[in-house]
Design a binder for this molecule. Structure first.
Ligand code: AR6
Length: 181
């Protein structure tokens, strides 16, 4: 468990669609169309059901780094926050885009009055972001953010256990550096 301001951050090994109502919102690592895909996006659409796609069709897509919310339908959360990560090899500034994904998702969660939010490891599957670098960007974003309502963040790392260890080590090192600054 890690702490930033009033926000407690937990890194857990879980399929994000299984986290249930302890997360008010789950974040989807989507693409610009917001019309579904593979990986975590596919899993979320399967679990939420076809009404999710219907609502997504009304949103007009989403730019990399931005975030949009929908209802969660068959899932036991209040909302799904869809964000679009950078494609590591073609985004002009993948670090900034990935950072914005985390910050804009948190801002949107706060504006909806949410207390808890669950993230997957954005961009580290189909979009090819190296896991160590992605974990560094993630920890910077989560430790910089000043929440208004959010009290808990879950980083749902799945299905690769090595990735869990990498996130955990990165967060530990970052917190250690802050404390000993
Ligand atoms: N729960 C948590 N994490 C998961 C799950 C799950 N159920 N399934 C996969 N992961 P990816 P991206 C991990 O490819 O790189 C889609 O087609 C996975 O192991 O889902 O942002 C979209 O439509 C990896 O570490 O997202 C886009 O086109 C991480 O989630 C594109 O992929 C992200 O992998 C987005 O690519």
């Amino acid at each position: 468990m890690y702490t930033n301001n009033d926000m407690k951050i937990e890194i857990i090994y879980i399929d994000i669609t299984k986290i249930g109502n302890k997360a008010d919102a789950i974040v989807n690592a989507a693409n610009e169309t917001l019309l579904g895909g593979g990986g975590v996006d596919g899993a979320i659409h399967r679990a939420a059901g076809p009404k999710l796609l219907e609502e997504c069709r009304t949103l007009g897509g989403c730019k990399p780094g931005e975030a949009k919310a929908t209802k969660a339908y068959n899932l036991n959360n209040k909302y799904i926050i869809h964000t679009v990560g950078p494609r590591y090899w073609s985004d002009p500034n993948p670090e900034e885009t990935l950072y914005n994904c985390y910050i804009n998702s948190l801002k949107l969660g706060d504006s909806l009055g949410l207390e808890s939010i669950a993230f997957p490891s954005i961009s580290t599957g189909a979009f090819g972001y190296p896991i160590e670098e992605a974990a560094e960007v993630c920890v910077k974003a989560l430790f910089t953010y000043k929440p208004t309502h959010i009290k808990r963040v879950y980083m749902c790392i799945y299905p690769n256990r090595d990735n869990l260890e990498i996130y955990d080590r990165t967060f530990k090192n970052y917190q250690y550096k802050i404390i000993n600054k």
